[in-house]
Design a protein around this ligand. Structure first.
Ligand code: GLA
Length: 389
């Protein structure tokens, strides 16, 4: 049977609820945390990670729900004579266990990164052929989250490779969130729920409103566009992952950062901050800790929002059903000029004339109840985000 046919069959099976979703009891709402990659790349060290963990507590991010501190690529340097993976002895001189203990002492959880191939994307050693050994090592260190990349995988099959590490993590005896990172190449939304808790759906995000990166990567708007049509595959314990946040990394305006954060919340996306938590402006901190927006992301129904309107003049409308019969509505202005955007009751499945209570969750204020289509001015590249009931 050819691969496309297999994938189509798999999607039917999954849509019918027959395929087994991984049930490791984790990530019932989209994981929230911080990851070193977007801001620091390979420049990771235990000092950096400790500072990020401290800042997560001090800035109020922990209170807002952020939990995982994830070291991305380049922490590893070799394998010892027994094949055990060895962390960089200079940058992580106290060892990963001591670092995880420190992170745990703050009431946070520890994450790490590896790769299904021979080497990571940064050229360090990957886990191929050492999956069970690495998983046992992570468990001994007290790791709670593994991001597992897809570089240097040659002819490996993605579903099988991720299933091997899934089994290795299960065998380790420690609950470890499993983050699949194969960039959407083999449509992981069709098989990812059986293997992991979240799966990247695209190439890497870049710190830019829109456009493609020089070699790879895409801006916030481009990544958002790529989420359309795969919403149904997300749910409690298994999420589409449009990549880590670029909020606070310097190239998005505060208005654009608010839009990026709002969209990720509408998408029920993992909220992994990717900035320097230790040096944030108050505006960026306020964005990352907006509890009302986070509540949309973390809603217990776990339904990913959909785009219901996308017009050539840059008006997008996204809707996300929430618990308690509420819905979140995002009015996004992608154009270069401020403009008024209208939400039609028909687009929300409401009856004409139906009275709706509304709250603006960026302004943190209740609006007058409305009985018909709702319009508001939205700045260029900005959003209005409303919870309706
Ligand atoms: C890939 C991933 C990124 C990051 C880097 C690390 O590009 O998609 O998120 O982990 O590798 O090298």
């Amino acid at each position: 049977m050819n691969r496309t046919l297999l994938l189509i069959l798999a999607s039917f099976v999954f849509a019918g609820g027959i395929a087994d979703a991984l049930d490791n009891g984790l990530a019932k709402t989209p994981p929230m945390g911080w990851n070193s990659w977007n801001r620091f790349g390979c420049n990771v060290s235990e000092d950096l990670v400790r500072k990020a963990a401290d800042a997560m507590v001090q800035t109020g991010m922990k209170d807002a729900g952020y939990q995982y501190i994830v070291i991305d690529d380049c922490w590893q340097v070799s394998r010892d004579g027994d094949g055990n993976i060895v962390p960089d002895p200079v940058r992580f001189h106290s060892g990963i266990k001591a670092l995880a203990d420190y992170v745990h002492s703050l009431g946070l959880k520890m994450g790490i990164y590896s790769d299904a191939g021979s080497n990571t994307c940064g050229g360090r050693l990957g886990s191929r052929g050492h999956e069970f050994q690495d998983a046992r090592q992570y468990a001994r260190w007290g790791i709670d989250y593994l991001k597992y990349d897809w570089c240097n995988t040659s002819t490996q099959d993605a579903p099988s490779s991720y299933a091997t590490m899934r089994d290795a993590l299960a065998d380790s005896g420690r609950p470890i969130v499993f983050s699949i990172c194969e960039w959407g190449n083999s449509r992981p939304w069709l098989w990812g729920a059986g293997a992991g808790n979240l799966w990247r759906t695209t190439t890497d995000i870049i710190d830019r409103w829109e456009g493609k990166g020089e070699k790879y990567g895409a801006g916030v708007m481009d990544i958002a566009d790529m989420q359309v049509g795969i919403e149904q595959y997300a749910g409690p314990g298994h999420w589409n992952d449009p990549d880590m946040l670029e909020v606070g990394n310097g190239h998005l305006t505060d208005i654009e950062s608010r839009s990026h954060f709002s969209l990720w919340a509408m998408l029920a996306a993992p909220l992994m901050a990717g900035n320097d938590l230790d040096h944030m402006t108050p505006e960026i901190r306020d964005i990352l800790t907006n509890k009302e927006v986070i509540a949309v992301d973390q809603d217990s129904l776990g339904i990913e929002g959909r785009r219901v309107h996308h017009s050539s003049d840059g008006q997008d409308l996204w809707v996300k059903p929430l618990s308690g019969g509420r819905q979140a509505v995002l009015l996004l202005n992608r154009s270069a000029r401020d403009q008024s955007i209208t939400v039609k009751w028909s687009e929300l499945g409401l009856a004409p004339g139906q009275s709706v209570a509304m709250r603006d969750i960026w302004a943190h204020k209740d609006l007058d109840a409305t009985t018909g289509d709702f319009s508001t001015m939205v700045p260029s590249h900005g959003v209005a985000m409303i919870v309706m009931k």
